[in-house]
Design a protein around this ligand. Structure first.
Ligand code: NDP
Length: 240
């Protein structure tokens, strides 16, 4: 147990039922925070408080926030982690495919930020942590929709920083590289080997690598960090 946080907070991790979100939820819980996760029906991971929620549905999101507020108080730390991919080349990508990914990843993060904003303003304290991606800065063939959504959260976090910074509300983006989760499970061994060649640390990342950075951003120690994009990519993007 690391217990780095001096102040236990009420935390909500979207998509905290598996992958990076689950590692983040477990880490923040170990740090001593009260942690709730959202899921879409897969059930709640043992030892965590869970609420059913779909990021594309504002009403479902509002209900989820209310349940979390009743259980552990207003959300002080929001980790907007839920996300999807739907890859194909520009020439084959339908408008529906583009919009669906934007709706889940970018508008979903916006819906969460908007809903969390109220209580954070009242408390004059808050942490918004968005999951971006190296792809949001570098781009990736076949991921026009996904890259656009991840670039979008950077603009959003920086605008939130300008709007709400004076109230001690920070907004940052964690930009993972290649992390071993269900999202990357289908990639071929060839592609993994190629990826490793571009990663100075010569390994793929673990969800726990990302969780450690989120843990810092959720803590009191990150008070003067806002509008930042923090890569967790084994050096792949050299800080970008
Ligand atoms: P996974 O595919 O393992 O998990 C995705 C999570 O998001 C699941 O909990 C899923 O819920 C949830 N989710 C997806 N759509 C919705 C929705 N509409 N409403 C509510 N929940 C939803 O992904 P990862 O853990 O790998 O990724 C987590 C975040 O990190 C994502 O934002 C991703 O883009 C980002 N990221 C991941 C990288 C990687 O290499 N893995 C690299 C860079 C960024 P359910 O279980 O119900 O499907």
């Amino acid at each position: 147990m690391s217990n780095i946080s001096k102040s236990p907070r009420s935390v909500l991790v979207t998509g905290g039922n598996r992958g990076i979100g689950l590692a983040v939820a477990r880490r923040l819980s170990d740090d001593g925070h009260k942690v709730a996760v959202t899921h879409r029906g897969s059930g709640v991971p043992e030892g965590l408080f869970g609420v059913k929620c779909d990021m594309t549905d504002s009403e479902s999101l509002d209900r989820a926030f209310k349940e979390v507020e009743e259980h552990q108080g207003p959300v002080e730390v929001l980790v907007a982690n839920a996300g999807i991919t739907d890859d194909t080349l520009l020439m084959r990508m339908s408008e529906e495919q583009f919009s669906r990914v934007l709706d889940a990843n970018l508008t979903g993060a916006f819906r969460c930020a908007k809903r969390a904003n109220r209580a954070m303003l009242r408390a004059r304290w808050g942490r918004m942590i968005f999951l971006g991606s190296v792809v949001g800065l570098a781009g990736q063939a076949g991921q026009i929709n996904y890259a656009a959504s991840k670039a979008g959260v950077i603009g959003m976090a920086r605008s939130i920083t300008r709007e709400l910074g004076s109230r001690s509300i920070t907004a940052n983006v964690v930009a993972p590289g290649f992390i071993e989760t269900d999202m990357t499970a289908d990639l071929s061994d060839d592609l993994r080997d190629t990826a490793k060649k571009f990663i100075p640390l010569q390994r793929l990342g673990k969800p726990e690598d990302v969780a450690a950075v989120v843990s810092f951003l959720a803590s009191d120690d990150s008070a003067y960090v806002s509008g930042a994009v923090i890569p967790v990519d084994g050096g792949m993007g050299m800080g970008h």
